[in-house]
Ligand binder design. Structure first.
Ligand SMILES: Nc1nc2c(ncn2[C@@H]2O[C@H](COP(=O)(O)OP(=O)(O)OP(=O)(O)O)[C@@H](O)[C@H]2O)c(=O)[nH]1
Ligand SMILES: [Mg+2]
Length: 312
């Protein structure tokens, strides 16, 4: 895996830097865990249960995410391998700074919404943070199992409710950045920028996936009603549907025009703030790294993880 990741690191068009954002408890860490398991990075047995991405003791005890964690995995799409660098962010309002920092390190975001609760105040906040940083969103409507098993909605009602979540998120995007909305950032289930599913039970569907696989809304409804999640996880794997959506609809780093302002040390002249645009490793430019996390490794000492905007 390390070898595959290292090879892909030098092929920017085959990289997707993504963040998972949502209101508290909508299922970000469960989704991140199961994506990692699906990509073969952690055991399926522990995914979502021990919340591998919530590795901190306090996170485990409180069942919430406090620090953003980042991981890498490889996903194959149409015969080509892609490197997915993913940041799981906290949903609690107190850790909003972590979300902003994460958004500066990614190009795309998977916005999660609990199908039962719908959009909540933090959904709006994290979406605003993403759009402000020029990060493109796709939508994952999570906990669809709860609609059927807890709210006992029928198949038609299920589809109506899912449609309402998409409309609400689109209304938010339009209100926050109408230009981006009109230029293709409007979420559209038919186009494949929306997926539905259950992060906990490890299944997902999207309209493009339904067309190629033959799995229908009725199949989903029937399986959930019969509490047969294992069949769904096999016929419609979460990892495949969500990461296909990520590869297909979220941008690679070279196609995201970003720039950062930096200030060097030294004389007054060199200290004047300068701007570097989109990572160019070809022409010599100063190394500019947006640090997203600092951790301690017993062998390496302090390790900063971040996004390189320019230089090497
Ligand atoms: N029924 C159901 N429960 C889910 C699903 N996804 C997550 N959960 C449950 O929702 C709760 C919150 O899940 P987390 O993954 O910790 O949510 P989070 O968004 O990471 O939470 P914070 O990081 O604290 O904001 C846990 O009890 C999960 O088991 C789902 O698809 N269906
Ligand atoms: Mg979490």
């Amino acid at each position: 895996m390390v070898e595959r990741v290292t090879t892909l690191m030098s092929q920017p068009e085959q990289i997707r830097n993504i963040g998972i954002v949502a209101h508290i408890d909508h299922g970000k860490t469960t989704l991140s865990d199961n994506l990692l398991a699906g990509a073969g990075m952690i055991s399926e047995e522990i995914a979502g249960k021990a919340c591998w991405m919530d590795s901190d003791e306090e996170e485990q005890a409180r069942g919430i995410t406090i620090d953003s964690s980042n991981v890498s995995m490889v996903h194959e799409y149409e015969g080509k391998e892609y490197l997915i660098n993913m940041i799981d962010t906290p949903g609690h309002v107190d850790f909003g700074g972590d979300v902003t920092r994460a958004m500066r390190a990614v190009d795309g975001a998977v916005v999660l919404v609990d199908a039962v609760e719908g959009t909540m105040p933090q959904t709006e906040t994290v979406l605003r943070q993403a759009l402000k940083e020029g990060v493109r969103p796709v939508l994952f409507v999570n906990k669809v199992d709860r609609l059927i098993n807890e709210l006992q909605v029928d198949e038609i009602e299920m589809q109506i409710r899912l449609g309402k979540v998409i409309d609400k998120v689109n209304k938010l995007i339009k209100g926050m950045n109408e230009e981006a909305y009109k230029n293709g950032w409007k979420l559209d289930a038919a186009e494949g920028t929306v997926a539905f599913g259950s992060a906990l039970y490890n299944w997902a569907i999207s309209i493009p996936f339904m067309k190629t696989s033959g799995v229908s809304f009725k199949d989903v409804y029937d399986c959930c009603k019969a509490e047969d999640m294992k069949t769904l996880a096999k016929s419609s794997p979460l990892c495949q549907v969500v990461l296909d959506m990520v590869v297909n609809h979220l941008p690679d780093p070279p196609s995201m025009p970003r720039s950062v302002v930096y200030q060097s040390s030294g004389s007054t002249e060199t200290r004047r703030p300068k701007k570097v645009s989109q990572c160019s490793t070809v022409t010599p430019s100063p190394a500019c790294l947006m640090v997203t996390d600092i951790s301690f490794d017993p062998h390496a000492g302090e390790v900063a993880t971040g996004r390189l905007f320019s230089g090497t």
